[in-house]
Design a protein around this ligand. Structure first.
Ligand code: SAM
Length: 192
């Protein structure tokens, strides 16, 4: 079941793309996320006349999108199993532990490469985690997966996270086991 009560899916990328008057294809494997996105883009704004197509699909299999047809990709995958977006949708990548998750990002990167037009950009927002008090820099593994798929890294942007809680599991353990809280994510901007 989708755990939408605790974890908010925002649909912000679609909203911003619509405001920029782009034609958009939004893809997610989770019906709850898709419904949320449909609600968010259901607004009128002067000059925002692009087509909005919201589609249930697995980012590893985007056969409904032709080769080299997309001008810009913005993707924000789960950070392996840190946040469980769903317990019972088999395709949801947040069911996977880090090693398997990285493996399954290979077909995602391959599909992104296939559908993107040459010279265009693919932006991937990705974060890291900790295990037993040590950093697991899985975002760099994802970066490598996209490079291996053929992309060139154009920019590496560090995005501060302003919503880190000063309480709870991570805060308590950071004091107990003496480690820093992760307060940033990476925005990898690749070029095909
Ligand atoms: C970090 S959230 C990104 C949410 C998005 N940034 C937004 O604002 O709507 C990760 C999303 O990936 C989706 N997801 C997980 N596995 C997927 C897959 N195999 N194909 C497509 N989407 C997937 C989840 O359902 C979740 O909505």
């Amino acid at each position: 079941m989708f755990t939408g009560k605790r974890y908010k899916i925002s649909g912000t990328t679609l909203v911003e793309a619509k405001l920029l008057n782009r034609d958009i294809i939004g893809v997610d494997v989770n019906d709850v996320a898709l419904e949320r996105c449909r609600e968010k883009v259901d607004f009128e704004h002067e000059g925002a006349d692009g087509k909005v197509y919201i589609k249930k699909g697995d980012a590893r299999h985007l056969a409904f999108i032709p080769d080299e047809s997309i001008d810009l990709i913005c993707t924000h995958p789960p950070y392996a199993d840190i946040i469980k977006y769903s317990e019972d949708i088999p395709e949801v990548l947040s069911r996977l532990k880090v090693k398997d998750f990285i493996e399954e990002m290979k077909p995602v990167a391959a599909e992104c490469y296939r559908i993107l037009k040459k010279d265009k950009f693919c932006a991937v927002l990705m974060g890291d985690t900790r295990q037993k008090g040590h950093m697991i820099p899985m975002s760099f593994d994802v970066m490598k997966v996209f490079q291996d798929a053929g992309f060139k890294l154009k920019e590496l942007i560090i995005k501060e996270q302003h919503n880190c809680k000063a309480t709870g599991y991570w805060k308590t353990n950071s004091v107990k086991y003496n480690f820093l809280l992760i307060a940033h994510e990476y925005l990898f901007v690749f070029r095909k």
